[in-house]
Write a protein that binds this ligand. Structure first.
Ligand SMILES: [Zn+2]
Ligand SMILES: [Zn+2]
Length: 414
């Protein structure tokens, strides 16, 4: 379903401002299954009736029940020299902590334990807080940001890659935890597909309709409410101080990007994993690790190459190009640049794959036996670079790409 663009300066009651490109449009009436896109930048701005809040709460409760099982039960097991060794998510993280690399462990823990737990608990908080009259605004604001950081789907690919890597050394079996983890990932995907934060805002904090002229309609950068600020200069819905653009967007995006470029050098030059086979030490950088993987299984090596080399480097180049284009107020190729920004937003998180594989491998084959696997110093730099590029994309306000147009009337046409 398409929305018509606003051209006449009359007064409308249901005007909205697009959070991506600042374009003003009429809010359409949507039926179940309908999706509305911004007429200017083609971003999804509204969906028809979706799953009810109680159904989403049920999914969150199911996730909470499965989480302890998925975290602690073995995901994969190997039989080495007559011994059964199992790898669980928590054991992998603890192995990193025991080695003294607390920061890398914290990064893995944040993506697969911390943020999913916050997501599930947020729904419980909303359900309980609604009846107790608690302030639900901070939780709704956090819900909007969580999606980028929950990486169950990537961890699942990590389990497959780790299994293929250790398959050469030992017999491999699936653990009980794998069933719990796959179910947890499916419930999470279902929840995130049907989660519409805008409709939750509407449910908990419905706002009165305002009769405004198009030029008076503002968009809150935090909760995406369209309307006017209250008399204290705050958004009437989320109560955060109103700002036309993300404050210090360019400065923060540049700082995160430059830091991530600096971190990418040690991440690629230092060893990321160290394997001891029969007492002989073998250091592997990201690149040499992919080469040794390619000798056995080319498709898996391609996946790891894409996640660990191609994605981080192309992401840095794209972000650099976008930030320079904004600084130079470039007007060419707006459509391509908007697409590139959406692409880096989507692919960025996949770079964490290698760290997840390492964390699993460590709990599997770090037994001080004939075969041992430890993490190299590059892992911390690599994880930091990935986190910083995700932050850089988060902090870059996409409206700045549109602002760079001198006329401000650029159209994103197919
Ligand atoms: Zn738009
Ligand atoms: Zn707001």
């Amino acid at each position: 379903m398409k929305i018509t663009a606003i051209s006449s300066p009359e007064t409308f009651t249901d005007l909205k401002r697009c959070g991506e490109c600042d374009h003003i449009y009429h809010r359409p009436i949507l039926k179940g299954g309908d999706v509305a896109y911004c007429p200017r930048c083609r971003v999804k701005v509204a969906t028809g009736k979706d799953w009810s809040f109680s159904r989403l709460c049920c999914l969150a409760c199911l996730m909470l029940c499965l989480m302890p099982l998925a975290w602690t039960l073995p995901l994969i097991e190997i039989r080495l020299l007559g011994m059964t060794i199992s790898a669980s998510m928590l054991a992998g993280i603890m192995q990193m902590v025991n080695q003294g690399d607390i920061l890398t462990a914290a990064m893995v823990c944040f993506c697969v334990i911390g943020t999913p737990l916050v997501l599930a608990l947020s729904f419980i908080y909303l359900a309980v807080g609604k009846h107790l009259g608690m302030n639900l605004r901070p939780v709704l604001l956090v819900l909007d940001k969580l999606k980028e950081w929950i990486m169950f789907d990537i961890y699942l690919i990590g389990v497959i890659v780790a299994a293929i890597k250790v398959k050469d050394y030992a017999d491999l079996f699936a653990g009980y935890g794998l069933v719990a983890f796959i179910s947890l990932t499916l419930f999470y995907l279902l929840l995130i597909i049907h989660l519409d934060v805008e409709s939750l805002w509407h449910k908990f904090y419905p706002q009165p309709r305002q009769a405004l002229r198009p030029e008076d309609v503002k968009c809150c950068i935090y909760c995406h409410y369209s309307g006017q600020n209250d008399d204290r200069g705050r958004c009437p819905r989320c109560h955060v101080k109103w700002a036309p653009r993300i404050p210090y967007s360019l400065q923060k995006a540049w700082a995160a990007l430059i830091s991530s470029i600096i971190f990418l050098f040690p991440a690629n030059l230092l060893p990321i994993s160290i394997i001891y086979i029969n007492g002989a030490r073998q250091d592997d950088t990201i690149f040499s690790g992919i080469f040794s993987l390619a000798s056995g299984n080319i498709p898996v090596a391609m996946v790891v190459f894409t996640a660990s080399i191609l994605v981080p480097i192309s992401k840095v180049i794209i972000l650099l190009a976008l930030l320079i284009s904004i600084a130079m107020r470039c007007e060419q190729g707006l459509k391509t640049r908007v697409r590139l920004l959406r692409a880096v937003r989507w692919i960025g998180r996949w770079s964490m794959l290698d760290l997840f594989v390492i964390s699993l491998m460590m709990s599997l084959v770090d037994r001080d036996q004939l075969l041992a696997f430890t993490m190299g110093p590059a892992a911390l730099y690599f994880g930091s670079a990935v986190f910083l590029t995700i932050l850089s994309v988060e902090w870059l306000d996409s409206r700045l790409l549109w602002d760079a147009h001198a006329t401000g009337n650029a159209e994103y046409t197919d």
